[in-house]
Design a protein around this ligand. Structure first.
Ligand code: NAI
Ligand code: MG
Length: 391
């Protein structure tokens, strides 16, 4: 069956890396229709909406998306860049991150973010052992991040309404804030629901079972956000009950980041809420060579969207020819193949990337640690060519 993939390159380097990922998909012999869909800053400037309804409709219809990256700015800044006629509209346009909106609108409840060390990567994690020897442990981590709740549910107030303040006044911890002037108060709510926490935890336990890992690490801030954290723990325990033999390890996000810097090889399957998971995600990406190597699959029950973890990197978005590392996007394409049951093609893609790295044929600026465009560095297209040559 021929699949249809909704392709949303977005902004900046998203536009550079997405076509390269599609080239690799096609080279594997994977057959699909690719339909382009708009998203991002140009849509915002033109319509006062960074995510056209039509793009959402297409995702609903085809259930499969490939996303590059979009530029987001805080609402006030975004509003300033709009033409006066658009700004004057009623209701006034409200800038919201399209990535977050897609996740919520399509209930892409779980983000899967693998971080695996790549043999031969010159900037992969190393540490000094006791006798001064250099150790380069193998990092093989997969994060399962709840994608639609936590502080990313978007439940926020600037100058919260009196009714909310009255409710909050009944909470003993709110007392120190009860007299703060409305304009001087902002509130962000962390939302956790049992059903959503369970779906993400289940995905993690199922993955651990299938890959022979006997421990799932649940990362949060246990002593501080006790109510939301304990509901997540209950959900994780329910998921564990379905997989006897796997244990739950609980860690705090601050300690976890430190542990990852010391002994990343000790962790394999991690589960976290949206904000905690986002912090972990970049921390883990750093262990395997940076954002140029981190893909993500956003999975829902009826739709899945694949993307590199990185953003639009505006500093590099105007480079001609493009300089961004395409590997994160190509790894996201491999995840799309896995998702569709094309495991053999997905593995060929990953093997080709690893070979290119071992051969020293991947030399984008981030790999070499040089300024973009410096002599000896490779562009986006050449890096893809090096991978294609080994596919
Ligand atoms: P970013 O991920 O765009 O870039 C941060 C830095 O990481 C870059 O300056 C570059 O040094 C490096 N980098 C990232 N991707 C790379 C690649 N493929 N090759 C080589 N180097 C790479 O994060 P930043 O600068 O915080 O955000 C830029 C814009 O992107 C913002 O407007 C932000 O809101 C947006 N963003 C969008 C995301 C999405 O669409 N999913 C995710 C993260 C940020
Ligand atoms: Mg991030």
């Amino acid at each position: 069956m021929r699949r249809t993939v909704v392709v949303m390159p977005g902004d900046g380097i998203g536009r550079h890396v997405v076509p390269e990922a599609l080239r690799v998909l096609e080279a594997t012999g994977f057959s699909a229709y690719y339909v382009p869909a708009e998203v991002g800053w140009d849509c915002w400037l033109r319509d006062g909406d960074a995510l056209p309804e039509r793009t959402l409709e297409m995702l609903r219809m085809y259930g499969l998306g490939f996303y590059g990256a979009t530029t987001s700015k805080p609402h006030a800044e975004a509003l300033k860049e709009l033409a006066p006629a658009l700004r004057a509209r009623t209701p006034p346009p409200r800038y919201q991150s399209p990535v977050l909106r897609i996740r919520r609108a399509l209930d892409l409840h779980t983000a899967v973010r693998p971080c695996r060390s790549m043999p031969g990567h010159p900037r992969a994690f190393v540490r000094r052992g006791v006798a001064g020897a250099i150790e380069s442990p193998e990092v093989d981590l997969t994060l399962f991040v709840q994608n639609t709740e936590c502080h990313y549910a978007g439940v926020e107030w600037r100058a919260p309404p009196q009714s909310l303040r009255t409710e909050l006044a009944a909470h003993p911890s709110f007392a120190p804030f009860s007299a703060v002037a409305p304009d001087d108060l902002a509130i962000s709510v962390r939302v956790v629901t049992r059903a959503a926490a369970l779906r993400t935890a289940r995905a993690a336990f199922t993955f651990a079972k299938a890959n022979g890992f006997d421990r799932v690490t649940l990362c949060d801030k246990w002593g501080v956000m006790t109510e939301t954290a304990s509901l997540m723990l209950e959900a994780a325990e329910a998921a564990r009950a379905e997989h006897p033999g796997i244990t739950i390890q609980r860690t705090n996000i601050d300690a976890q980041v430190l542990l990852l810097q010391r002994r990343p090889e000790d962790f394999h399957v991690l589960v976290a809420s949206a904000l905690v998971g986002d912090i972990l995600s970049d921390a883990c990406a750093g262990l395997v060579g940076g954002l140029g190597f981190a893909p993500v699959a956003n999975l829902g029950d009826t739709c899945a969207v694949f993307e590199p973890v990185h953003g639009s990197a505006p500093r590099y978005g105007a480079h001609a020819p493009p300089v961004a590392n395409p590997v994160a996007a190509i790894l996201a394409a491999a995840m799309l193949l896995d998702h569709l049951g094309e495991a053999e093609r997905a593995e060929r893609v990953r093997t080709a990337i690893n070979r290119a790295m071992v051969d020293g044929a991947l030399r984008t600026f981030d790999v070499l640690g040089l300024p973009a465009g410096a002599p000896g560095t490779q562009g986006t297209r050449e890096a893809t060519d090096a991978i294609l040559a080994r596919l």
